[in-house]
Design a protein around this ligand. Structure first.
Ligand code: G6P
Length: 608
C-alpha cells in the first residue's frame, strides 16, 4: 500500500512529484506529502485528504522550490489519516526524511529503544522510527546510516530517503515492496510503480532486496549488500502512456469495462497457435503436469473469485482435486502442499503481499508455481517459476474489471491445456474452447451495447439498503464477484449466497422489497434456482435475474430479466460478469460515489 516517488534533476521537483503521485493514488489516498531539499533544510509539506488538497495548498507544487525531493500518497495502517501521520517523516532534528511503503513490524521495539536514547516522536506511525533510527546511526555518512538502520528493520519497505547534509541526492532501499528506478537525461526518478514516471522516462530497472540506490541528477549508483557497485540491467517500458489516461470517460472504471472485448482478444489470441493452445510455459513441462496430483489456487479479492470460477473448470478438465484458498489464510494453514502440487497464484498487480507470501509458502514446500499476473516486472511475476501474463494493460480503477476478465481467459486456457496434456480433455474440447474464445469479444461487445437496460435497473434500485446475490456452482462464484463489485464502490451492503444454502439461515434476512439478483446461467442447476427464486419471492423479494434469452421459466418468476445470449457453459462467466460490473458502476454513479477511488480501499495491497 502507499505510493512513493522521488526526483533528482535540475527542474523544480515538486510539480513532477505531484504528477507522479497522481498516478499512484490508486495505492492509497488518505493523505499526501512532499519533502524537498531546500537551502540548508528539508522542506516538508503534507496534508490529510486527497492529492488535490496538497496540490491546492502548494499551487501545484510551485510554492516549493528545489530540484531534489520525495513524495508519498498514503493508505493508513498505523495511525489514523491525519496531517501529522502523513508522510514524509522527518527525524526530530530535521536531519533525515523518509517516505515509506510497507510496514515495519518491530516498530514498537525500535521506538522504545529510540525513546530511551532521548528521541521524541510526533506521529503514531511505524515509519517515523525509520527516519529517527537512520538519524541515530548518522555520523556524517548516509550510506552507513541507511545500512545500520536497515539491519534492524523487520517487515516490508520501499523507502525514499533524504539527508539534509547531502541535498543533491536520494537514497533508496526496498524489501518485499516494489521500487522502480527511472533513468532520464540529466534527471533520475524512483517510484512504486512505473506508471508514475512513464511520462518522463521509459528506461527503468527494479531495485532488489539488499541493494542501495543513490540518485543524483547525474546518475544512479547501485551497491549490493556488501557495498560493492553493481550494474543493473535497464528495461525499456513499452506500455502506452495513454492507456493509463481516462480518454474522455467519466471514470476509469467504465473505460475499463468497455475495453473488455479488446482485452479478451489480446489475452487469448497470442496463445492460440495453429489451432491449438500454446502457453509457452518455461519451467513446467508436460511431464510435470502429468505428475501433479492436486491444484491449489491462491489469491485475494476479485482474483480469488476468478479462482472460484476456475475451480470446477480445472477439476473437470484435469480430473484433479482443486482447492481455492484466500492467500491471507493459506499461508498460516500449514497447507498440504508438496512437489506434486501445482499452486496457481492469481494477481492483477503482482504485488499483493498476502498473495506473495502464499506463493513463497507453497514454493518452500516444493510446490510447482504458475502465476497469472497483469503487471510485467512485478514481484510475483519475478519470483514465479512460470508466469502467464494477462495482457489487460494498466488498470487504474480500484475495482477491477478488465483484469478480472483477462484472468478468466487465462484460467480457461490453462485448464484446457493441462487437461489435454493429462489426456482428459480431447482435441474436440480444445477446438471448441478456441471457437468460444474467438467469438467472445463480439459477444461481450453486444452485451455492452445494451448497457442502458442495466443503467435503467440501477436507477430503480440504487437506494436499496441491502442487495443479495444468489447462484449455484459457477453462478455462485460469479455472484461473489458481483456482490463485491457492488459493495466496494457503492457502499450498499451486499452478500452473495450459494442459492441452496439460503434456506439454512440467510433467508431470514429477506423481507418485503429486498432486492435479490439471481444468476441463472448455469444450466444443469437452473430448475433448482427457479425454486430458490420462488422462495425469496414468496417472502417479498424483488428479483433481477440474469438468464439466457428466451428463458420463459425464469421470466415467469423474476421481476426483471437481463438477457444474455445462448452460450456454452465453459466460457459463460465471461459474459455473465459484464452486467454485474455495469450494475455496480451505475448504482455507484447514481449515488454520487467516488467510483475510481472508493473509501478505505487501495488497488495494490502491500500489507498483511
Ligand atoms: C485489492 C483490490 C481488489 C483486488 C485485490 C487483489 O483489494 O481492491 O480489486 O482484487 O486487491 O489484488 P491483486 O492485485 O493481487 O489482483
Amino acid at each position: 500500500m502507499c505510493g512513493i516517488v522521488g526526483f533528482a534533476g535540475t527542474r523544480q521537483a515538486a510539480p513532477i512529484l505531484l504528477d507522479g503521485l497522481e498516478k499512484l493514488e490508486y495505492r492509497g489516498y488518505d493523505s499526501a506529502g512532499l519533502a524537498i531539499e531546500g537551502d540548508g533544510e528539508i522542506l516538508v509539506k503534507k496534508q490529510k485528504g486527497r492529492l488535490r488538497v496538497l496540490r491546492e495548498a502548494t499551487h501545484n507544487g510551485e510554492d516549493l522550490p528545489g530540484v531534489v525531493g520525495i513524495g508519498h500518497t498514503r493508505w493508513a495502517t498505523h495511525g489514523e489519516p491525519s496531517d501529522v501521520n502523513s508522510h514524509p517523516h522527518l527525524s526530530y532534528n530535521g536531519e533525515v526524511c523518509i517516505v515509506h511503503n510497507g510496514i515495519i513490524e518491530n516498530y514498537i521495539e525500535l521506538r522504545n529503544f529510540l525513546i530511551s536514547k532521548g528521541y521524541e516522536f510526533a506521529s503514531d506511525t511505524d515509519t517515523e522510527v525509520i527516519s529517527q533510527l537512520m538519524d541515530y546511526y548518522y555520523h556524517g555518512d548516509p550510506t552507513e546510516a541507511v545500512e545500520q538502520a536497515r539491519s534492524h528493520l523487520m517487515g516490508s519497505y520501499a523507502l525514499g530517503i533524504l539527508f539534509r547534509q547531502t541535498p543533491d541526492r536520494i537514497y533508496a532501499i526496498c524489501k518485499d515492496n516494489p521500487l522502480i528506478i527511472g533513468i532520464g537525461e540529466g534527471e533520475n526518478f524512483m517510484a512504486s510503480d512505473v506508471t508514475a514516471i512513464l511520462k518522463y522516462t521509459r528506461r527503468v530497472f527494479r531495485l532488489s532486496e539488499g541493494e542501495l540506490a543513490v540518485l543524483t541528477r547525474d546518475g544512479v549508483t547501485v551497491t549490493d549488500s556488501y557495498g560493492e557497485p553493481i550494474e543493473k540491467e535497464i528495461t525499456n517500458v513499452t506500455w502506452d502512456e495513454n492507456a493509463a489516461e481516462k480518454g474522455g470517460y467519466e471514470h476509469f472504471m467504465i473505460k475499463e469495462i468497455l475495453e473488455q472485448p479488446e482485452v479478451i482478444r489480446k489475452t487469448a489470441s497470442p496463445r492460440i497457435v495453429n489451432g491449438t493452445i500454446n502457453l509457452s510455459l518455461k519451467s513446467i513441462s508436460d511431464e510435470d503436469i502429468r505428475g501433479i496430483d492436486k491444484i491449489y489456487i491462491v489469491a485475494c479479492g476479485s482474483a480469488y473469485h476468478v479462482g472460484c470460477v476456475a475451480k470446477p473448470i480445472l477439476s473437470k478438465l484435469c480430473r484433479l482435486p482443486v482447492f481455492v484458498e484466500l492467500a491471507s489464510e493459506f499461508k498460516y494453514s500449514d497447507p498440504m502442499v508438496d512437489n506434486k502440487t501445482l499452486t496457481i497464484v492469481i494477481s492483477q498487480s503482482g504485488e499483493t503481499l498476502d498473495t506473495y507470501h502464499a506463493l513463497k509458502e507453497a514454493a518452500s514446500r516444493g510446490s510447482r508455481i504458475i502465476s497469472v499476473v497483469n503487471v510485467v516486472g512485478s514481484t510475483i511475476a519475478m519470483v514465479s517459476e512460470d508466469v502467464l501474463f494477462t495482457w489487460a494493460g494498466p488498470e487504474i480503477a480500484v475495482a477491477t474489471t478488465k483484469a478480472y476478465s483477462a484472468q478468466l481467459i487465462v484460467m480457461y486456457m490453462l485448464a484446457m491445456y493441462m487437461g489435454r496434456v493429462r489426456g482428459v480433455a480431447t482435441e474436440a474440447d480444445e477446438k471448441e474452447l478456441i471457437r468460444q474464445l474467438e467469438a467472445l469479444p463480439d459477444a461481450v461487445e453486444a452485451i455492452l451495447e445494451k448497457k442502458e437496460q442495466v443503467q435503467y435497473l440501477a436507477s430503480l434500485f440504487y437506494s436499496s439498503k441491502d442487495i443479495f446475490f444468489l447462484g449455484r456452482n459457477i453462478d455462485y462464484a460469479l455472484a461473489l464477484e458481483g456482490s463485491l463489485k457492488l459493495k466496494e464502490i457503492s457502499y450498499i451492503h451486499s452478500e452473495a449466497y450459494a442459492a441452496g444454502e439460503l434456506k439454512h439461515g440467510t433467508i431470514s434476512l429477506i423481507e418485503q422489497g429486498s432486492l435479490v439478483v439471481a444468476l441463472c446461467t448455469y444450466k444443469p442447476l437452473k430448475e433448482k434456482l427457479v425454486s430458490n427464486i420462488k422462495e425469496v419471492v414468496a417472502r417479498g423479494a424483488v428479483v433481477i435475474a440474469l438468464a439466457n434469452e428466451g428463458d420463459t421459466n425464469i421470466e415467469a418468476v423474476a421481476d426483471h430479466v437481463i438477457e444474455l445470449p445462448e452460450w456454452e457453459e465453459l466460457t459463460m462467466p465471461s459474459l455473465a460478469i459484464i452486467p454485474l460490473q455495469l450494475f455496480a458502476y451505475y448504482v455507484a454513479s447514481l449515488k454520487g460515489c467516488d467510483i475510481d477511488k472508493p473509501r478505505n480501499l487501495a488497488k495494490s495491497v502491500t500489507v498483511e
